[in-house]
Design a binder for this molecule. Structure first.
Ligand SMILES: [Zn+2]
Length: 519
């Protein structure tokens, strides 16, 4: 059985760089392209250029190349079919096979051709009934859709159902179905073509065919929820806009396909709970790619209106809205932190966990630190609020249990390492002692402690208000595992340490007597 054309097309639509990376092949980015070692000649320098945009690999030394299947065949000595199976298996594609029976295949082809000619017939029928219906024309006018826009999108009228029709094209430009909007009181407001041999809802985004060139040219793609949003956006000058079908997120194939035109997505969904849900689902489906930095996703938030269509009618400057879109991680964090109930400790901890899990997956170390810090500050502010609440309770008569512990000098004394650890612990957790302890840092000799102290110095030079325990923990989280393991206990504020002067004196004792010995 041969692999079906659809499956082959799906393989060819995969981003080659991702396929190679999934296979563990090392790539080097050069502008919009990548290079790796050529498998057609014995290559010492990486000479094989990978173009995701063009969908092929090419070696400028031996002038060999081809698509990703040809590459796998050569590199791993596979047959065409085995290469396809290997690629499909690693990239979550399900391969379909051509029906063996040529009669069946021909039947299916005929079925598709029939379905396509039927939708084409329907379309011309709807177009001509629109011309004869004053009510329908008025409806379109009232929605502030200009005649040329109406023509561009092929709006029509279904007389039997009393609905405005919007044809939906597949990525090749064939009309495969319709969305029909009632112009009276008929429910539901929208009716959509059901899935059939030519219409697969999850594999379609509205306006993909017409938006493709603009997406490539402007190098970003706007996603909205509704068909009328796309139409209004087009009138407002955004030809690079597509609509997801319903609130379900588009399939991986659609994402893959569009990200080949541009890897910059801006989501501008409805300003309601449904819109938030749509953004959430969309982000879930692209999260891996976005965390790796393969996709640059931003969220544009509408204020004072329900969707882009209404925003444009109200005269909102959509260029402003789009250019103020914020990175997707900020949007998620705002969702989590914005709805946080600070008096609920267990929820607070849940959110902290979620934040850590998300941020720790970001590939870029600089971004990880940035977001850890952002959240640390937000959470620290909240903690102060919690502290303020506790204080208020205390003043109003509720007694707080306070533990006072007396520090006893350890019998054996500390090792040099222990003393230095305690010194850094005190420095980190006792703001009031920092000035006193700072001069002692010059005398650190344990490499890990010197490393930690250098990080603290870096943080202090970046923040005028002084570093936070959280920002330091963020640094450790992205550090070499060896440092993280050793130093994390020092930054975690769960082990209490007395800050009495006798402790400081004992540290001093150990550090200076031993450093004298070492000298
Ligand atoms: Zn070569």
């Amino acid at each position: 059985m041969a692999i079906s054309d659809e499956s082959l097309e799906a393989i060819k639509e995969l981003k080659i760089s991702s396929v190679l990376e999934n296979q563990g092949i090392r790539l080097k980015r050069v502008g919009r392209e990548f290079v790796t070692q050529c498998c057609w000649h014995s290559d010492t320098n990486p000479s094989l250029t990978i173009s995701d945009d063009k969908g092929f690999l090419f070696c400028h030394v031996c002038r060999e190349g081809g698509d990703v299947i040809k590459f796998f065949m050569k590199k791993y000595g596979l047959s065409f079919r085995d290469a396809c199976e290997k690629i499909a298996g690693q990239n979550n594609l399900y391969l379909n096979f051509k029906e063996e029976d040529p009669e069946k295949a021909a039947e299916r082809k005929k079925l598709i051709a029939n379905a396509l000619s039927q939708t084409t017939r329907q379309q011309s029928l709807y177009r001509s009934s629109l011309k004869g219906s004053a009510v329908a024309i008025d409806f379109i006018k009232n929605r502030k859709i200009l005649p040329e826009t109406s023509r561009l999108f092929g709006l029509g009228f279904d007389r039997n159902q009393n609905r405005i029709t919007i044809p939906i094209q597949n990525r090749h430009g064939d009309i495969v179905g319709f969305t029909a909007r009632s112009i009276g009181e008929e429910k539901p407001k929208y009716k959509n073509t059901a899935n059939n041999e030519i219409f697969t809802k999850s594999d379609l985004v509205f306006n993909e065919f017409n938006a493709t060139e603009s997406i490539r040219e402007l190098d970003y793609c706007i996603f909205v929820e509704g068909h009328f949003d796309v139409i209004s956006m087009r009138q407002a000058g955004f030809a690079n806009c597509v609509a997801i079908q319903g609130t379900a997120s588009p399939s991986d194939q659609v994402i893959e396909r569009l990200s080949r035109k541009s890897n910059k997505f801006i989501l501008c969904m409805d300003a309601d709970a449904g819109g938030v849900k749509a953004v959430g689902l969309f982000l879930q489906s692209i999260q891996k790619k976005a965390l790796r930095g393969d996709l640059d996703v931003k969220i544009a938030v509408l204020q004072g209106c329900k969707d882009p269509d209404e925003a444009i009618k109200l005269g909102l400057d959509m260029h402003n809205v789009i250019s103020n879109a914020s990175p997707w991680i900020d949007w998620i964090l705002d969702q989590w932190l914005g709805s946080l109930d600070f008096s609920d400790q267990s929820k607070l901890q849940d959110v902290e966990k979620k934040i850590k899990a998300l941020i720790s997956q970001i590939s870029s170390a600089a971004l990880r630190t940035h977001y850890f810090d952002k959240c640390a500050i937000a959470l620290a502010q909240n903690r102060q609020n919690v502290a303020a609440q506790i204080l208020k309770n205390f003043l109003s008569g509720t007694k707080l249990q306070s533990k006072s512990s007396v520090w006893h000098k350890p019998e054996k004394g500390w090792t040099r390492q222990e003393a230095e650890k305690k010194l850094l612990r005190l420095y980190i957790h006792h703001n009031d002692l920092r000035q006193l302890l700072r001069p002692m840092m010059e005398f650190l000799i344990v490499p890990d402690m010197i490393w930690l102290w250098n990080r603290i110095l870096e943080l202090e030079s970046h923040y005028t208000i002084g570093f936070t325990k959280e920002s330091l923990m963020a640094i450790l989280a992205v550090a070499e595992p060896i440092y993280m393991q050793k130093l994390r206990p020092i930054t975690v504020p769960t082990i209490s340490i007395s800050s009495s002067l006798s402790v400081v004196m004992h540290i001093e004792d150990v550090m200076f007597s031993q450093s004298a010995l070492n000298a």
